[in-house]
Write a new protein. Sequence first.
Length: 489
Amino acid sequence: MSRPAFLILCALALGAGVLLSRFLGGTSSPPRDVEFEQADGPAGGGDEGSLGGTLAGRDVGLDGRGSGGPTNAGGGLPSGARTPTGIDLSDPAQRKQHLAFLLAMAEPDWAEVRQVLAAMGSEPLDPELKARLFEWFRTGPRRNEIGQALEMLGDPSAVESFLVFLDDKATPPDLRYATIQALATFRGGDPDTIVLALEPRLAGDWRTDVYLLQVMAQRGGTEATRALVRYIERLGDTGDFQPGILRHYVVANTPESIELAKEALASASSPEVTKRLLASLVRDGSAALVPSLLELDRDGQPDAVRLEVLKALARAGGEDALDRLLAHATSGGTTGRMALDAIAQLPREIATLKERERIRDLLDRAGLTEDPENTRVTTLRTLGELGAVESMDAIVLHAERGTPRVANAAIEALGRIGSKAQPKVDAIAGLYARADEAQRFAIVRALAGIGGSKALAWVRSWQDDTSVSNQLKTQLRAAAGRLVQQEPR
């Protein structure tokens, strides 16, 4: 028999054997929609459908292998196992099995764990899976990735698991900080529950309590507002509490918490407590607190408190708040100056076109104020910070005709407006030739802030002038470098 004929007969015999095996009851290949791919090597000895082994509880190594982390002792996946594909995350049974698969790996794919936790919603975790997940959080070397996965954890009971790490004096600093971050962000955390759990753990020194206070402020709500008011009242006039530690978080973000904030502002025990409450509770866009702020804006208040009230009005925003601030700004005296300072802090994100136009009108009304130049300077800076594109013609006019201080403020305002001020580049650059050195600095900084090829051409043309000071040469080089970086490639 020839060799080709022999090979054909062998192939036919092999195919017949496979068909016969299936006909007699042999198993078919695994379904293609759930396919577990494993690397070479012996599989774990766990029973089918188990969670893939138990936690060994040993310290994790720096590479997450060897003696480190949750192991697959007693059954589970080998260290080389790969993630299964085709999992239906809408199926609770498959979610559970897949999460067990991932957490049994020597190096879990934490991005995929995050996806599974996201699909679970508020579904409680199986106790064994929860224990395994938090053991990884305790010992895993990739804690940032684990923390990102835990943000999707929806099981409300996880609060108690996090508090265990917080209360353990042996918890290392990096794990303590990661725990605090998780309490602030994991989606299953009920704000009031977390705040009530954290408040007894406050030491009474804001430097020690800063991270816990931030968690409470970030969660916000009724209990957070109540706890923060109690904390500030307890401090009284002592210490140097810095409300800035609470960042931009809106603590009073529910109807009940807003009422609590109003009551606290109305009944504060001292001017110092009033200042701290204003700075802590009134955040950008807290318009619901404006009526309480208007009541606090009264003659007889200490200047320091009055200034905080006016700044709080600016942060809170709204027509009523701006009405009061503008009325003060044109009234002169100490209150007028404080109102101008407050207007300058109006948040860019919440300022409306109408509000920006009303602030621009201060430029025309400045002559009625006690200090017209200061009014114009402050107003121009505010328009720049607010990105008031609609006011650019008025700003250029003050750059061309104002006193040196007013002109510089106008030039700087255009720089703060940024790329939307590019149509005014030639007007600003045209002032360079007759400007003194201080104004030239302002012009160069403004063009660097505005950007664009036209601004770059002007700056390069001035670099050829050898008569300018070394400081201005340095400023021109820096501006040219910044403009080059901004150019599209």
